[in-house]
Design a protein around this ligand. Sequence first.
Ligand code: SF4
Length: 501
Amino acid sequence: MSGDRLSLEARANRMGEAEEEGIVRCDACPVLCRIREGRSGACARYGNVAGKLVRTDPVLLMARTVDANGKLVAFASDTWEGAPLEPARTFLTGIGAGTTYPDYKPAPFIVAAEHAGVDTVTVVTEGIFSYCGVKVKIDTDRHLGPEAAPVRVKGEQVGHVTTAEYGSQMLSIGGVRHLTGGSKKEGNVTCDTLLALCSGEPVALSIDGGHAVVVAAGKAPSVDGKEEVRMRVGCGSATVGIFARQWFGLVDEVIVVDDHITGVLSEHQSGRVLKMPPAGIRVRGRKSTPGRYFKVAEPGLGWGGTDITDPLSIIQKIDAKVAWPGLRLLMTSTTGEDALYCVLDEHLQPVPAPMPAAVAAVIERIGENCEPALCSVTFMAGAGGSLRAGVTENPILLTRSVAKGETRVTMGGAPVTVWPGGGITIMVDVTRLPKRAFGSVPTPAIVAPIEFTLPRALYHRLGGHAADIVSIEEVIRSLAAEARIDAWPDDNPWPFATDKP
Ligand code: SF4
C-alpha cells in the first residue's frame, strides 16, 4: 500500500469548476448549481468557501473501539475524544463523501486497507438515486386503507398501500414514477417524504378510502390520532392454536375475531384434539376449514382489524340442538386488547358476565406475547446504473461480483440485502445507518451513502480505478481533523470480516 499516493487534495481541487470571479459551478449532480462565495447550492450539500467547492457536511469515519484486553467496548460518548484512529479499526463511510458526477470519474474515495492479512479496497461515494423508495411496515391489524389505494402527503400521491404481511400493513412509498413521472410538485413532495422517512422523522400520510397514519422509523404508528401499542400475537386461527390448551376447561367456546382468519376453538383442529364438544355457535363469513372463517365483517379500526365494536354482532346463529344454557363463551381480539366473556342464558342468548380471573390471565398472556407495534422503514434503491462507473471501468463485472457475494455492499456501514437477479437492487433498514446519512437533490432524487468493499486483487481484475486508490492511513491523516467520527455500531457486521455477512 506504500505505493498508494494520496490524491485527496488534487481530487478536491478537481471537483467543481471556477467560473466568473467568485462563482464556482458544482458538478456533483445534474443540477450544476452556480454558487457564489459564501453561499451553498440548491441542496445545501455543497458550498463555495473561498472560491472552492466544499461538501458542507463532514465526511463520516467510523471507529471500532476495544478495551485493554482486545474486547470490543462501547464508544465512550457521542463525540470522538481525540485518541488516534487505528487504520485496522476505521471505516470511511459514504456519508459526506460527496459524489463525482458524471460517474465516469472515479468515486470520491477508493480506500486501501489491510484486514486479516488481506489487502482490501473500499470504494466510497454518495449515490444519487432516482430509482428509489421505501417500504413501510406498520405493525397493526387495523385496516389502513384498501390494497393499492393511493397514499398522499399534502394531497400529492407519494405511494400506495401494498400487500399486507403477517400482523403488519405495508405501504410502498416513492419510486421512480412518483419522483419523475408526475408533476413537479408530486416529485418534490415524494422526495421530501422519502428523505423524512429515511431520516427517522415522523410523516403524516393519508390513504384514499382509508385513514390518516403517522409513521416514523422505529416508532409506534398512529392511526387517526390513536397510537398503536401492540402487534397481534398471530391471526385468529393461530391465536386459537397457541392458547387452546390454556383455555381448555375454563371456557366452552372461544372466538378470536380477526379481519383475515377468525378462529373458533371448539371447531378448530386444536379444539378437536382436546376433545372439546361442539358449542353450536356459528359465526358469519365464509368457512375456510373447520374453525377458520374468512370475512366475518368488513375491515376497519375495530376488533382484530374488522369494523366491529360489538363482537356479538358476528354471531350468525346459535344452534339450540347443540348449545346449552350456561355455556361459557369468550370472545377476544388477536392482541387481547378487546375481550368479552359471556354466559348463555336459558334462551341461549350470550349475556356478558364478569371474566373469571383464570380466563383473564390467558387474555393477559395474549398481551404479553404481543410485540410492540412499530414502523419499519426499508430504503430500496437501484445501484446498478452509472454509479458503477465510479467503481470500475467495466460495470458489469461489478454487478456480477456483487451478485456472487465477492463484493460487499454497505450503506453508511450498514449491511444491505441485495436482490437476486439483474442489477444491484439493494434494501437497507434505515435505522441501521448513522444519523444524517441521507440527503436529496432537486432533480429530485435521494442521496445516500454507499460503499463497495472487496479484495484489492479482485478490484484490479474488475477494472477498478487503480490509480486513484489511497491508503486508509492517508485518509485518517488528511481527514480525521475535519471528519465526524462515530463509533461503529456493534449490531452491524464489520465490512472486512472474513465470514459471509
Ligand atoms: S443541487 Fe447540490 S449537488 Fe446538485 S449541483 Fe447543486 S449544490 Fe451541487
